[in-house]
Write a protein that binds this ligand. Structure first.
Ligand SMILES: [Zn+2]
Length: 653
């Protein structure tokens, strides 16, 4: 899903806005985003603590749904019947589904025979199967119901409004709203393998739902449209909409397959939908070619205009407030990340939204100048670091505002993936993502954070526990402090430290890129940051005059500082290069007093292995010290100047 608050951040990529204008919009857009987000969050502050969102029993496995819905866009009311085909998992003679008590059940039937049912007044329905069924036995029942779906906060799941004076009705069930308008399993643990949907409306309206349009009949002033979808589908991705839609049919070539695109446009916005056809095709091709084939390639993709201020990735048919590039890419990405593989709990919602944000960035990377991408990155990292804490993994799933927190679930979730790509490299990142999408235990089913971690670990050969603990389960971000100095010749010496914004993480171990430049030369080195006050030497091949931390925005960080030192920090006035040392090393001492000097080398057991006295030290001097006699290992280099405190440096051979 994408709310208006979220996508305002990316308005600068709106389709049809010239590029030059897009860049200038960044500041303005940030302000709009901030105010929109506040308004949206205030509206969403209503939490649902203590509420149970699903009472459905797990003693049956749903494999088929046949939904017959009758709606009038002008009236907030639904009349329907839902046939549930299932396989028994545990021996029982009852099953329980979720259905709000606002909806009245007229009858429950099975093959024309009435079944007993019971409403416990906890927004569920208990259906008596008539006799005991054993595990593996199949059955079906049909619930006939009607009523006015409740207006739940913050997202009303069943809404009617109007556009250009014409009534429209639509559904938005994520995360907990399906039971507001149909009897279902309202949780994240059972996908129907297949669904048929029939929608009946007054005949001046056209309906939209999941999958392929099979046929349409008009009779007695009513139009009935039959849709079929033959892929597994999570409950919250089942949707309907109806108004005076204009249908636009086109197609997209995905590999060898020419797949239909079917769009439901508001008549007054047909041009907008039609103009986005090339964008939709290009987006599906990018994702199809970069990840795995479009997940519903035997059927179709499409968009449907609605009245909600954002987008929603209903399976094969995203509902859209407009056709902005960001929104089109975001909802298309969800067909892979969210629909094909659905988060296994709302704690793991970043698996859906993080990848959607990642794909939006990836689209910009592929189709826009680097500067546009860096501006987008900057706006996202600024948003993520606008508060010192907050984790990607959702701590409170009763709070819908927290589940859909734009800063944490969307932007930071996306940046966890950006940083995995940076840390592991493109080849490993894309292979691991494809393996995740192809995993037979996950595809067309559900996944949790540990499932994704497992694929990145398997493909990289690395233990990513610390990375996930820091960035997914932990909170906050690092602020880097770099001190650097030209260490003579073509070398620079760096000392990098970090402070963290939240106490849940004491150190973020990351590869940190640093750019060094002068008037004519420019290079980026990558420093593997594993501890504070970490000193490193790099041979650049030129003498830089300035340094920048993370110039191409690979990391979440903020409030970074760079200090150019004339002398060498953290080691008094001494610097060793290179380090690790070879058969000799250079020791540069600067700004010290003149006099008698001792240079000593100790092994880590504390035994002296080399010492030399310099009787006439000048205060600034470069020494070349031979080390052929030392075996590989760690050593302490100690510099004693008269009665002054000794300088001690760790060196490695
Ligand atoms: Zn989304």
């Amino acid at each position: 899903m994408s709310t208006r608050a979220f996508f305002f951040v990316f308005l600068m990529f709106m389709n049809g806005v010239p590029l030059a204008q897009k860049k200038e919009l960044v500041t303005e857009v940030q302000e709009i985003a901030a105010s929109e987000m506040k308004a949206a969050l205030l509206k969403q502050q209503m939490t649902m603590a203590g509420t149970v969102f699903s009472k459905a029993s797990n003693n049956f496995d749903i494999h088929y749904l046949n939904c017959q819905w009758k709606v009038d866009p002008a009236v907030r009311y639904i009349q329907g019947s839902v046939l549930t085909g299932f396989t028994m998992v545990q021996r029982s003679n009852i099953v329980t589904l979720d259905l709000m008590d606002d909806l009245k059940v007229d009858s429950v039937t099975s093959a024309g025979v009435k079944l007993n049912f019971y409403r416990p007044f906890d927004n569920s329905i208990v259906v008596s199967l008539g006799s005991f069924l054993d595990p593996g036995q199949k059955g079906s029942f049909e619930i006939h119901y009607n009523g006015v779906p409740p207006a739940s906060a913050p997202f009303s799941s069943f809404t009617n409004s109007s556009h250009a004076g014409v009534p429209v009705i639509w559904t938005l069930s994520e995360p907990y709203g399906s039971r507001d308008w149909w009897p279902c399993k309202n949780g994240l643990n059972d996908k129907a393998d297949s669904i048929d949907i029939s929608i009946t409306t007054p005949d001046q309206y056209t309906s939209s739902a999941n999958g392929l349009l099979v046929h349409e009949t008009v009779q007695g002033g009513f139009r009935t449209t039959h849709w079929k979808h033959r892929y597994p589908i999570a409950t919250y991705l089942v949707a309907l909409a109806a108004t005076n839609y204009t249908i636009l049919n086109s197609s997209v070539k995905l590999g060898n397959v020419t797949m239909p695109i079917m769009e439901h446009a508001y008549p007054e916005k047909v041009a907008e939908m039609a103009n986005a056809a090339a964008l939709t095709a290009r987006t599906l091709q990018l994702l199809h070619n970069s990840f795995t084939p479009y997940p519903f390639i035997n059927e179709r993709y499409g968009h449907t205009h609605w009245g909600f201020g954002g987008g929603m990735e209903h399976q094969t048919n995203s509902f859209m407030v407009n056709m902005s590039e960001t929104l089109v890419v975001h909802e298309a990405a969800h067909q892979w990340f969210g629909d094909k593989i659905t988060c296994g709990s709302w704690r793991d919602i970043w698996l859906n939204e993080g990848y959607a944000v990642f794909c939006v960035n990836y689209n910009v990377e592929k189709h826009y100048p680097e500067n546009t991408l860096l501006n987008l990155y900057r706006s996202q990292v600024n948003n993520i670091t606008s508060k010192p804490n907050g984790g990607v993994y959702v701590d409170d799933t009763t709070n819908t505002a927290r589940i859909f927190d734009a800063r944490l679930t969307y932007n930071k979730g996306g940046w966890v993936l950006q940083m995995l790509r940076w840390k592991l490299g493109d080849a490993v990142f894309f292979r691991a993502t494809r393996n995740y999408l192809n995993d037979t235990a996950l595809r067309y089913s559900y996944a949790k954070t540990t499932d994704l971690k497992k694929h990145f670990e398997r493909e990289s050969g690395m233990d990513l526990t610390d990375f996930f603990n820091d960035w997914v389960y932990g909170q906050g971000f690092p602020s880097y402090k770099l001190q650097w100095a030209a260490a003579g010749g073509a070398w620079v010496q760096t000392t990098l430290s970090q402070t963290t914004s939240d106490t849940s993480v004491d150190f973020f171990e990351m590869p940190v890129p640093i750019r060094f430049k002068n008037a004519t030369r420019d290079t980026i080195i990558v420093l593997n940051h594993t501890r504070n006050a970490q000193m490193d030497f790099f041979k650049l091949g030129f003498i830089p005059d300035s340094a920048f931390i993370d110039p191409k925005i690979k990391l979440i960080s903020a409030n970074n500082t760079v200090v150019k030192a004339d002398l060498f920090p953290n080691a008094g006035n001494a610097a060793v290069f290179p380090n690790p040392i070879g058969d000799q090393f250079s020791l540069l001492l600067k700004g010290m007093s003149e006099g008698e000097l001792y240079i000593s080398i100790y092994n880590t057991a504390g035994a002296l292995v080399w010492r030399k006295r310099y009787g006439n030290f000048k205060g600034d001097e470069l020494f070349v010290i031979p080390t052929t006699q030392l075996s590989p290992g760690n050593y302490w280099l100690k510099i004693n100047k008269d009665a002054e405190a000794p300088i001690v440096l760790r060196v490695m051979k």
